[in-house]
Ligand binder design. Structure first.
Ligand SMILES: [Zn+2]
Ligand SMILES: [Zn+2]
Length: 257
């Protein structure tokens, strides 16, 4: 071997769920704490999670800490609601890039507060499920940023944008815009539909990698009929996922039961 060459990493199939909410999302159950999520993921044999609360990343580090030593990798993520009321799952290669994106989101989120009489809770917690604080700002509201502006900002941070639940009639790229804009930098489409049915109904989806994620708001939702599997280096990171979505260097992705 030449000096400076490192051996190609061993590739293996890993089971993934790239869309999971915690107690920081007002719509999530109180049992969506870091420890409970990681324990449930471990029971289900999930190796890779993305924590994707609405417009916040504050519980991702706690989930990563809770996953320490379990063999589960937790990616920094956020679910965004654009000006068009389209949901995008945004994934980041590092805490720094996620923090930069969160600062941008902070500037474009309406300043309204959670209504006190809805009983909704947005909790920032530790890895051992202790409450650090309750977030009072209403996190689930449309940003004053377009789909294109969000995708470009994420790409500028070397992140990935995934069109969330595209086959739902509301809060989705297909439901709200009716098609996937051709030049939009989305890395994949999250869907519960079979590929053939999706392509038949929406020809603009042809050519995009498809993912199946839980969008879990309670622990039982983590248990799905189908999962996304990535064939990537065991030491998985966002760059490996990106290569798998593009089918590069032997990496690949598929949905299976
Ligand atoms: Zn959503
Ligand atoms: Zn979601």
């Amino acid at each position: 071997m030449f000096a400076g060459c490192s051996p190609a990493p061993m590739l293996k199939w890993i089971k993934a769920d790239l869309h999971v909410h915690t107690v920081l999302s007002a719509c999530a159950d109180l049992d969506m704490s870091p420890r409970e999520i990681i324990n449930t993921a471990k029971l289900l044999g999930i190796n890779l999670l993305a924590v994707t609360d609405h417009h916040a990343i504050d519980n991702v580090a706690a989930c990563r800490e809770a996953a320490d030593g379990t063999g589960i990798t937790v990616l920094f993520g956020m679910e965004v609601q654009t000006r068009e009321e389209v949901h995008l799952v945004c994934l980041f290669p590092s805490e720094g890039s996620a923090v930069s994106f969160a600062a941008l989101v902070d500037q474009h989120l309406p300043p309204s507060l959670l209504s006190g009489n809805t009983g909704e809770i947005q909790a920032v917690v530790t890895a051992s499920d202790q409450v650090v604080r309750f977030e009072q700002r209403k996190l689930l509201a449309s940003l004053d940023l377009s789909v294109e502006a969000v995708c470009c900002a994420v790409a500028g941070l070397q992140g990935l944008s995934i069109a969330a639940h595209v086959d739902r009639p509301q809060y989705s790229l297909l439901g709200n815009l009716g098609f996937i804009p051709p030049q939009l930098p989305v890395a994949a489409l999250e869907t519960s539909s079979a590929a053939a049915a999706l392509h038949r109904k929406h020809p603009s989806t042809v050519g995009y990698p498809l993912l199946c994620s839980s969008d879990a708001h309670c622990l039982p939702m983590l248990c799905q009929e189908k999962y996304t599997y990535f064939f990537v280096a065991e030491d998985v990171n966002l760059s490996e996922i990106s290569m798998a979505l593009r089918g590069e260097s032997g990496r690949k992705v598929c949905i299976k039961s």
